[in-house]
Design a protein around this ligand. Sequence first.
Ligand SMILES: CCCCCC/C=C/CC(=O)SCCNC(=O)CCNC(=O)[C@H](O)C(C)(C)COP(=O)(O)OP(=O)(O)OC[C@H]1O[C@@H](n2cnc3c(N)ncnc32)[C@H](O)[C@@H]1OP(=O)(O)O
Length: 717
Amino acid sequence: MARYSRLPGSVALITLHNPPVNALSAAVRQGIVDAVQRALKDPKVTSVVICGQNGKFCGGADIREFAGPMSGPPLVPMIHAIEAVDKPVAAAIEGVALGGGLELALGCHYRIAHSKAVLGLPEVTLGLLPGAGGSQRLPRLIGLTAALDLITTGRHVSAAEALKLGILDQVTDNNAVDLAVEFVRSVAGQPLDSRRLSTLPCPCPPDVDSLLDKVMSKVRQRSRGALAPVACVQALRAAASLPYAQGMEKERELMATLFNSGQARALQYAFFSQRVVGKWSLPSGASWDNSTARTISKAAVIGLGTMGRGIVVALALTGISVVAVETQEKQLAEASRVVPAMLQREAGRRRLATPPGVISFSSNLQDVSEVELVIEAVFEDMSLKLQVFKHLASVCRPGTLLCSNTSGLDIDQLAAVTQSPGLVVGMHFFAPAHVMKLLEVVYGPRSSPEAVATAMQLGKRMGKVGVAVGNCPGFVGNRMLKPYLEQANFLLEEGATPQQVDEALEEFGFPMGVFRMSDLSGLDVGWRIRKEAGLTGPGVESTRTRQGRRYSPLPDQMCEAGRLGQKTGKGWYQYDGPGGRVARSDPWVDIFLETYRAEHGLVARSITPEEILERCLYALINEGFNILQDAVAAGPEDIDAIYVFGYGWPRHRGGPMFHAGQVGLGRILERLNHHHSHPDVPHLKPSTLLRRLVAAGSPPVQKWREFINKERVHSQL
Ligand SMILES: CCCCCC/C=C/CC(=O)SCCNC(=O)CCNC(=O)[C@H](O)C(C)(C)COP(=O)(O)OP(=O)(O)OC[C@H]1O[C@@H](n2cnc3c(N)ncnc32)[C@H](O)[C@@H]1OP(=O)(O)O
């Protein structure tokens, strides 16, 4: 709703009230319409201020309303009515003015903000465009070039930047509402024509068409199939070339298409998933709202390879003092040189005003004795990690939290060699650790709620999307990756090329296909894991069945040939020397695959992009269902957040589990059954949970959590 009050001196104050972010729900919109009418009718009122309750102007349209039929007064005429008022109207912006919130402010004649306020038109991140006049008013206010940047990226800007861009008229460190009231009193009675943005021309550079073409091609390249960024450019082209009313018509058409698209649903689901995973719960019943986190101010990182260095930087950026330990002298010397530079660069990029935390480098494990939390980031080798954990248990103060940055090893085994297994959790970062948003927080059967809460809170402080997951080989992300990679290798055996597989996946929206990704991360990573699992190495027979399952030795043979990916200049592709980044197809790989097929009596067949997607993605999705069934992830949102934030799953497709719902669970089950029944395509046996969901009529993804809990109670899973 919106509260109306009359202040002394003929100012009407309209206060939006809809906690927590004063979103423009139907009730709020109705409240605004009524309040504006009242201010218009009251002859004693000479000016109006619109503000938000509790120091937040407005977080935009109420996204939850988008799922159902829209009711209440629509935004567009409401904002037009405000703009048309013949008394000065100012928006007093505190906290946030985002999306429809900023569009409301653009309909006002003046905008006054607190210096800590944040503004933006993030609709593109929800699969939409600023459809309440924002795509037409903002470019008229700040010019086409700046509006293209803000609207196509959806980025938030500070009050200082907004003032510089011309979005704001004034910024204050004091009370923005008081200043706005004082301001509108001072301008009462002055002409308002030049303050109505819809009446202004759109300032454009002389080469407007070439600018728009350039931005469009950049946006198409960056958006990997997402519709909204392209529609944003189209709306801005209309702002630049058409009168306001026709521009609004174009905005309306584009918005209607986006609003009803699967992509908008996926992106809005992704918005809420990110928030759902913060409300974690463990099978024990412990959860975010009944567990207490410790606040960490001093931490240590053990192992300063690529991951360790990134973790040190991520911690230091939050202001935590870090003891960075590396026992190999050469590595320590290099890290001591590289890490401070990384920290400075990242702090600059984030425009951090306060100096980041202090880092001290050491080669001595004893130096971690005073810290509150340790993150071990040594080589992915269980015996080495066990050795480090035993050592830490003897060096650290009792009560120190011990975390492992393992990407899939058994947390419980590590906990077992310490005196306090409850204080051991996994903190699985993704490379580069100071940049990538995902953090898997892995709890073992003995991890305490306090340890999980602390790791989750620390992740949040580092700006990560933390997802609490159970302990199993590969946890969630890497466990699902295994069948995906496996199918990709099988497809090569059957006749596909690495380029064909990658192209199908990139067309789907991944930034990189599976083989380009393997080249980037290094083929030896998986090779080492397979050797440790006894799947390859000296003494293992070179067959296509190992440990009772179909096995493709292709990636092992690539490693044996010294083709480890970008680092050796050769992998599934060839590069311009070691460390090269540009992948080119390599005739050597074609001959290698042909020879391999001939040796194993395999006849290459033509494989369609559809089959590639089904085999790779449905294998991954099926494992997701197994993970839900095993309660390793609390709900589909957790899996989807992991894949969107850590594995390059296109955000406009919501995540693998959301995608399964979009495709149709029945269809996924049917295709898995189809491939599973094929004599040479094993490992695609549909999960019991998927079967149960289909039998229950394929409920929407938002209902799966409840369904799983019920099935568990009745022992159906
Ligand atoms: C043909 C149809 C025509 C329609 C035309 C109108 C179109 C208008 C376009 C829009 O306005 S779309 C919305 C644009 N706004 C945004 O994208 C902002 C989204 N929110 C945020 O970015 C953040 O929430 C925040 C405002 C910066 C606050 O961040 P903070 O970290 O402080 O809190 P959160 O945990 O993120 O959020 C708290 C709580 O509030 C819920 N919420 C936030 N914004 C909205 C919203 N716009 N609508 C509904 N709910 C919102 C959020 O889900 C959290 O609730 P939960 O219960 O804890 O999940």
